[in-house]
Design a protein around this ligand. Structure first.
Ligand SMILES: [Zn+2]
Length: 400
């Protein structure tokens, strides 16, 4: 069997030997002269397929988006949030009309921070509009060097719960950004024992940990022509975790698995399809191993929708443990905010509810993660109800 890499190697041999013997400057493979060669960024092919296009204006059942970012840290350095102060990306009044249009019962604001910033986020969203917003707390990483950090952090989670936080959110800070001297020194591992009291506190309080560990597998590969997310990584070189002192994707996921194994009474909502949407067999294996694990689908319909038959089986088998989420960040988007919000949700609904074929997975002409398109998985009503809402209400202990 010829692999893609073999094929490229053979082709480059053909091309270079042809170039050596051919002075006409015409490619022996395409017959094109160099001036007709098209830079990748200018390539915008329009699909000639006539396929059915279903416009899903509202989700079939009321939905809870468990993965949004409505407030973020006002100051962070090298991927580590340093202050309690929050920067608010959108006021509730701006979000509610979109939520009503799209049949969104509630948004979960994962990045609520801690201390006074958290209280402000809860006041702005949760308390001002009961039942429409739920905010989670985050660890105070900047205190990691304090000798009794472990117990301080557990206490802070308890205080956050009393203030109204519905869970604990871990950004990919852990394992990839947080270091012994906060932003310098050796990287701190996901399963570092200093965090054990924090995971236990969540279990005791009955609140979930929404955890992001690692990133797309392509981010751990060289940014070269074989990388399926080449354009994205070329545009954001700092998103690459290839080389330097970063652990591998496998090491990160294994450390996360050890945390779930060590804290069976704590519920872990492992974001972005268990952070390995490219390998649903791996995610399934972990879901089988860890009864305290659930996943969301945020920012991964680009992967799920490229493998619709496997994804459909995955949803059927784990229908009680998959939650609806988008990673919506109502800020800095290409198109006006209202349009972005509507379009984003319509794409998710189309993926979950229809059998439509070959459509864009993001509200952009050139989708940001890679130039592929996706296929709907047409979930039945009984599964849709669970994914849109029931699994979230159970995990977050929300009554609707
Ligand atoms: Zn996110």
């Amino acid at each position: 069997m010829t692999t893609r890499r073999d094929w490229f190697t053979q082709m480059s041999v053909v091309l270079s030997s042809a170039a050596a013997s051919n002075t006409s400057q015409t490619s022996p493979m395409t017959g094109l002269e160099p001036k007709r060669a098209l830079p990748l960024v200018e390539y915008e092919p329009e699909s000639m397929l006539h396929t059915s296009e279903t416009h899903i204006e509202r989700s079939r059942y009321p939905a809870i988006d468990v993965h949004t970012h409505l407030s973020v840290s006002a100051k962070s350095e090298q991927g580590v949030s340093l202050v309690s102060e929050r920067h608010f990306l959108a006021p509730a009044q701006e979000l509610l009309p979109c939520m009503d249009r799209k049949n969104l019962r509630a948004l979960v604001n994962l990045t609520g921070g801690f201390g006074d910033g958290l209280k402000e986020a809860i006041a702005n969203y949760d308390s001002a509009h009961p039942g429409r917003f739920y905010t989670l707390t985050e660890p105070c990483w900047s205190r990691i060097q304090e000798p009794n950090y472990a117990s301080i952090q557990a206490q802070m989670v308890e205080e956050a719960r009393r203030a109204g936080a519905r869970g604990l959110k871990i950004l990919k800070t852990l394992g990839l950004f947080l270091r012994e001297n906060v932003t310098s020194g050796a990287l701190i591992k996901v399963d570092d024992h200093r965090f054990d009291p924090m995971w236990d506190a969540c279990g005791q309080l009955g609140i979930p940990v929404a955890i992001h560990v690692s990133d797309p597998i392509a981010f751990f590969r060289p940014t070269d022509r074989f990388n399926e997310r080449y354009e994205e990584l070329a545009a954001h070189p700092d998103w690459s975790f290839y080389d330097r002192d970063f652990p591998s994707n496998a090491e990160l996921l294994e450390a996360r698995n050890r945390v779930m194994a060590r804290h069976p009474r704590t519920q872990f909502l492992v974001l972005h399809v268990g952070n390995f949407a490219e390998d649903l067999a791996n995610v399934s294996e972990n879901l089988d191993r860890f009864p305290n694990m659930t996943v969301d689908i945020a920012a991964r319909i680009g992967e799920l929708g490229r493998q619709p038959r496997t994804a459909r089986k995955f949803f059927d088998k784990y229908q009680d443990r998959i939650l609806f989420g988008t990673d919506a960040t109502p800020h800095g988007t290409e198109v006006p905010q209202q349009l972005f919000c509507d379009h984003l949700y319509e794409i998710y609904y189309r993926f979950l509810e229809t059998q439509d074929e070959y459509f864009n997975y993001a509200p952009a002409r050139i989708p940001p993660q890679g130039r592929w398109r996706i296929y709907g998985i047409g979930l039945p009503d009984s599964v849709l109800r669970k994914v849109y809402q029931e699994n979230a209400t159970r995990l977050l202990k929300i009554t609707v």
